[in-house]
Design a protein around this ligand. Structure first.
Ligand SMILES: C[S@@+](CC[C@H](N)C(=O)[O-])C[C@H]1O[C@@H](n2cnc3c(N)ncnc32)[C@H](O)[C@@H]1O
Length: 299
């Protein structure tokens, strides 16, 4: 790890409680974590300056505390208790002061949480490296934009169109994009992923990314329909979601790995690889937070 070390130093300085665990995960998975953190650190420094590493650390700490509180409440109530969707949209997705720190956390959990490490491997080795030559890639819920930018950085033959419902998230992704030198092949826009369901265009993509989106929807089935509709016959999907993991903006509660798997099968997709790892449960709790990732293709 070279440039990416700046994110860990940010934790040392601004979120010390979280630093040792993050360092342990990174050093046990140096190849995967460097693949993500090194380019991200270069883009971050160029886009936002040195201060961004402290800001990212604060955002990560704030997010981890929020997740911990939500999981406690989940255990108490026995179900997710999200705010109504219009409030999630105005207080989370449209709120710059909330969304920007959240976006730093959303990408930093990949290298810092042991339950997300296999997602990096699945994304890089089983999705990006396996995409057809010159693939057009659609990213739904591109958020910070880092997955799409890493895709273009890793595969110099592909193009990526990313969409996210959140204007402040798209602003972050566009700032990193401008610093990445990948502008010619990556584009980010504000758009509701569910708009793709009703979009009858014949546009097909050889790669579709829908990472950590399904649990944010009231019903993920239209998302699976949209994915199946827009996937080219030789295309691949990287899909991921959270199970039994409460968060302020998690609305759809998956309990079993079979639930997203069945939703994929119902729209004519086949699962070729699946990973699922548990995070830390509340002690004595009945729910086990997990992160599931799948590679899908047409049957
Ligand atoms: C946890 S973040 C995931 C970001 C990124 N895909 C990742 O894996 O790190 C969830 C993202 O979903 C976006 N989102 C939520 N509902 C959406 C919708 N209906 N259409 C598009 N984006 C949505 C949010 O704005 C946020 O950027």
């Amino acid at each position: 790890m070279r440039d990416g070390e700046a994110f860990l130093q940010g934790l040392d300085q601004k979120a010390r409680t979280f630093s040792a665990a993050a360092r342990a995960t990174v050093s046990a998975n140096d190849d995967l974590c460097s693949w993500l953190l090194d380019p991200l650190a270069r883009w971050t420094r160029a886009a936002y300056g040195e201060q961004a590493f402290a800001d990212a650390a604060k955002g990560y700490a704030q997010y981890c505390m929020g997740v911990w509180k939500s999981q406690q409440l989940y255990e108490k109530n026995g179900r997710y208790s999200p705010e109504p969707m219009p409030e999630i949209v105005s207080e989370v997705y449209e709120h710059e002061g909330y969304m920007v720190p959240y976006m730093w956390a959303a990408i930093l959990i990949y290298p810092f949480w042991p339950s997300m490490i296999n997602h990096i491997a699945l994304y890089r080795n089983d999705f990006l490296k396996a995409l057809p030559q010159n693939a057009r890639v659609l990213e739904l819920a591109s958020g910070h934009g880092v997955m799409g930018l890493l895709a273009a950085e890793t595969r110099s033959d592909i193009r990526v169109d990313g969409f996210d419902i959140s204007p402040p998230a798209v602003a972050v992704s566009n700032r990193l994009r401008a610093a990445s030198g990948l502008e010619q092949r990556v584009n980010f826009e504000v758009k509701n992923a569910l708009a793709f369901t009703h979009d009858d265009s014949a546009e097909k993509y050889q790669g579709i990314i829908a990472a950590m989106l399904a649990e944010h929807l009231e019903d993920p089935r239209p998302l699976f329909k949209a994915i199946a509709h827009h996937l080219a016959d030789d295309g691949l999907v990287f899909f991921s979601t959270a199970l039994e993991s409460a968060q302020r903006d998690h609305t759809f509660e998956f309990h079993h790995e079979s639930e997203p798997l069945k939703m994929a099968e119902e729209v004519g997709l086949r699962v070729t690889k699946l990973v699922c790892d548990a995070g830390s449960p509340v002690r004595g709790g009945r729910f086990l937070p997990r992160a599931l990732g799948m590679i899908l293709q047409k049957r």
